[in-house]
Design a protein around this ligand. Structure first.
Ligand code: GDG
Length: 477
């Protein structure tokens, strides 16, 4: 098997398997942000990508795809249930999002998580050339860095955590808190979305292990009595800004935006929410606020329509099934009470759309509502800003989204404070164009400066510095 100088390890491969009419198999690039982010880097480096192909019990040999070597990791239906839907999405996800939903701690899930993480580590160890760089992605694979270091001490290992890292008071609930920290500390660079996440991680390491931390460095003792340094630092992720600007400037997409406005009956203001249907996104809180504004008579359906795209997500996890019921009940009630023949209060779409349609929606929306109760970053906030090339439109942004650290010129809200959120929505609807322009220009500056290429480059640069430091210290032959 070919060995690569740069190996990315992620739960999912960057492709989806499609089967044609006569049963022929093909692979299609999946549209995710991480894929776009890493595509140029992978191409340059002749990289390899280790991940699951998205279907149970699928045996596929490693293969080349558009300049990247793809290494599929097989997962059984039972492992998908225990490692992915169980431990990743029903234990770690709610725990790391400040216990918005109750995490479930099940030992069979943990056992499966350990087994699957080992399989990913072994596949990465095989795919990496001597002294190569391996970049592990996200909370499904927290044990991989240490497992990989044991298998291949020559490698330089990075890990990026896409979701929040909670305060120790919550993290300490995890029955396997020590093992997870040890897994992450196997990396040379551990990247987080916010400075606060890196701080929470360092504090957890101090509390559990009493290791010394200084600035971003954590001193990790080794078995032979020496130490090594792991770097825990913020690298806020971003988007392919230029790609979004290009779509926003396309005449057909602008025409589609006008058509969307028209088909909603040309209300004075279109409010937009775009989220995976997830309890961390604060969709219910948003609807409550909007429903009350209608009830109070502060807006009418002629004034404002809320378009909510809630793309289907994790539909086999019980808490998600329940959330969907609650949201759809709320939408039905609000629309039942306030819709007229020509206008709707909430246009709810439980569907996924192509990126072109998403950009048309961003262009049609006067106000973007990002009301997450807790979110690692929230790329939707940045995408909206990127597409507003005319500097119009208002971003209402939760303080609990990582994006709030950078996007200080948004209208900031605490989504738990429904009255505060109602006032913020009214302020956004009524905001004079001059103020919209001032705020949007400042927001766009941030998103144009820090795009996703810059993000991946700064992470890889940090990894490269640790590699050089190791060489100079003679730690690696
Ligand atoms: C995790 C962290 C962190 C959504 N619906 C459709 C669609 N989307 C796209 C959005 C955006 C992406 O999916 C969602 O990204 P977010 O950042 O908003 O949220 P998560 O999925 O929870 O992502 C998060 C992120 O990782 C990256 O590190 O920011 O905090 O939770 O790009 O536009 N795209 C299309 N159709 C849809 O229907 N095409």
């Amino acid at each position: 098997m070919t060995q690569a100088e740069l190996v990315v390890v992620a739960n999912r491969l960057p492709v989806d398997r499609v089967v044609g009419a006569v049963g022929e198999e093909a692979w299609r690039r999946s549209p995710g942000g991480l894929v776009t982010a890493l595509e140029p880097v992978m191409r340059r480096a002749d990289g390899a990508w280790v991940g699951w192909a998205g279907q149970p019990d699928l045996d596929v040999e490693p293969f080349e795809f558009e300049g990247t070597f793809l290494v599929p990791v097989r997962l059984s239906a039972e492992e998908i249930e225990n490692y992915y839907e169980g431990f990743s999405n029903d234990t770690i996800w709610p725990l790391y999002h400040d216990v918005i939903a109750a995490p479930r701690y099940r030992r069979v899930w943990w056992d499966s998580y350990v087994r699957v993480n080992r399989r990913f580590a072994e596949a990465a160890a095989e795919a990496a050339a001597p002294d190569a760089t391996v970049w592990v992605q996200d909370y499904q694979l927290q044990l991989v860095p240490q497992m990989l270091r044991e298998l291949r001490p020559d490698l330089t290992i990075g890990y990026f955590h896409h979701i929040p890292f909670p305060a120790y008071g919550l993290y300490s609930q995890l029955p396997w808190r020590r093992q997870v920290l040890d897994g992450l500390l196997g990396a040379d660079v551990i990247g987080f979305q916010r400075v606060a996440d890196a701080g929470n991680f360092a504090r957890a390491v101090r509390r559990v292990h009493h290791y010394t931390t200084k600035a971003s460095g954590i001193t990790v003792p080794l078995e032979d009595g020496t130490t090594r340094t792991a770097l825990a630092k913020a690298f806020p992720i971003s988007i392919d800004t230029a790609g979004y600007v290009e779509l926003a400037e396309r005449p057909d997409i602008q025409a589609r935006a006008a058509e969307i406005r028209e088909s909603l009956g040309n209300p004075r203001a279109i409010l937009l929410g775009v989220d995976r249907l997830d309890y961390t996104k604060g969709i219910r809180h948003r609807m409550k606020a909007f429903g009350e504004l209608l009830e109070d008579g502060r807006v009418s359906v002629e004034d404002a329509t809320l378009v909510q795209v809630a793309s289907p997500s994790r539909e086999r996890v019980e808490s998600y099934v329940q959330l969907r019921d609650e949201i759809e009940l709320a939408v039905g009630r609000i629309n039942g009470d306030y819709d007229t023949m020509g206008h709707t209060a909430i246009r709810y779409l439980h569907q996924a759309f192509p990126r072109e349609e998403m950009v048309a929606l961003f262009l049609a929306a006067d106000v973007m509502l990002v009301t997450a109760l807790r979110d690692g970053m929230n790329l939707v906030a940045k995408e909206y800003v990127a597409t507003r090339t005319d500097n119009r439109g208002v971003l209402v942004l939760s303080e609990f989204a990582g994006a709030a650290d950078e996007l200080a010129s948004a209208v900031r809200i605490n989504p738990h404070d429904i009255d505060g959120m109602k006032d913020a929505i009214m302020r956004a609807i009524d905001m004079p164009p001059a103020e919209q322009g001032r705020r949007m220009r400042a927001l766009r500056k941030k998103v144009l400066e820090n795009d996703v290429a810059r993000w991946s480059q700064s992470f890889l640069d940090a990894l490269e510095s640790t590699r050089r430091a190791k060489r100079e210290n003679g730690a690696v032959a």
